[in-house]
Design a protein. Structure first.
Ligand code: HEM
Length: 249
């Protein structure tokens, strides 16, 4: 039997699966924050976006169950991604101390980024679960007024703010580390490698900052709607053109 037949490919396969689920989640969140920032354009824009995801434009009526199905799928991908990532978490205080000392001594950017990813990933175990549970159980409660009420009146904004920072930083650092890991955009010569890494890192910081600004601005807009609007009658947002019709979310 040849020597290579003995090589266990499982770790490589698990690594690949972790990268693949990470890329899917990074793509999801970059779309999510942009779709959801439609509130910065207008209430109507966010309302139309919600209708789109509820299938109104291609099925002819609203089906909030689509949101439930989407959120459940995302949750399952997160669970797989997290289980695979946990293999690499420091499992004892001793391991953690060794990594910390190494990072401080070496002042090594990429190791510090890895620690940031572990911390943000851990925070998301809790924060993303809360958010996804609400999306799965109340898919019909999404819209300019419903979302603003949840964020401002139900005081969900601190959770969203923490989740926003955790997920954007986690995704940005994750994609940067994937680029290095799979050797994408590598320079031909060794002497250019450091500059290339620094360039990729600068682009990553720029994109992360951009997403944080958009995310905070959207959150701010939801909060101002939430504090300005009177929710006492329980009516949900609907465009002026639909006013005489049945009230919609
Ligand atoms: C299919 C699954 C998801 C749906 C349908 C969804 C939907 C929404 C909606 C409608 C909002 C506005 C606030 C509200 O109505 O409560 C929101 C906000 C937010 N979601 Fe999600 N979400 C999903 C998954 C996720 C995941 C997996 C993450 C991150 C791990 C995430 C992170 C956030 C963040 C950070 C905000 C606040 C954004 C901001 O500050 O602009 N969401 N989401």
């Amino acid at each position: 039997m040849k020597k290579r037949d003995h090589i266990d490919k499982t770790p490589a396969r698990l690594d690949f699966l972790q990268s693949a689920t990470g890329i899917i989640l990074a793509l999801f969140i970059s779309g999510h924050i942009l779709f959801e920032s439609s509130i910065l354009i207008s209430n109507n824009a966010m309302y139309n976006m919600t209708q789109f995801f509820e299938g109104y434009y291609f099925l002819g009526s609203k089906h909030p169950m689509i949101i439930t199905a989407l959120a459940t799928t995302v949750l399952l991908i997160i669970i797989v991604h997290a289980i695979l990532a946990m293999r690499k978490f420091p499992s004892t205080y001793r391991q953690y101390k060794m990594i910390r000392e190494h990072t401080l001594r070496m002042n090594h950017h990429d190791t510090s980024l890895w620690i940031i990813q572990v911390v943000t990933g851990f925070a998301m175990f809790f924060l993303a679960s809360i958010h996804l549970y609400i999306m799965i159980s109340q898919p019909e409660n999404i819209g300019p007024y419903a979302s603003s009420e949840r964020i401002a009146v139900d005081m969900m904004w601190p959770m969203y703010l923490l989740l926003l920072f955790a997920v954007v930083i986690h995704a940005g650092v994750g994609v940067y580390r994937l680029i290095l890991k799979w050797g994408l955009f590598e320079a031909d010569q060794q002497k250019f490698m450091k500059q290339r890494r620094a360039l990729i890192r600068t682009i990553m910081y720029f994109i992360v900052t951009l997403y944080l600004v958009v995310g905070v601005a959207s959150l701010w807009r939801y909060m101002s709607i939430g504090y300005e609007h009177d929710f006492d009658d329980g009516a949900r947002y609907h465009p002026v053109s639909e006013l005489p019709q049945k009230v919609q979310k």
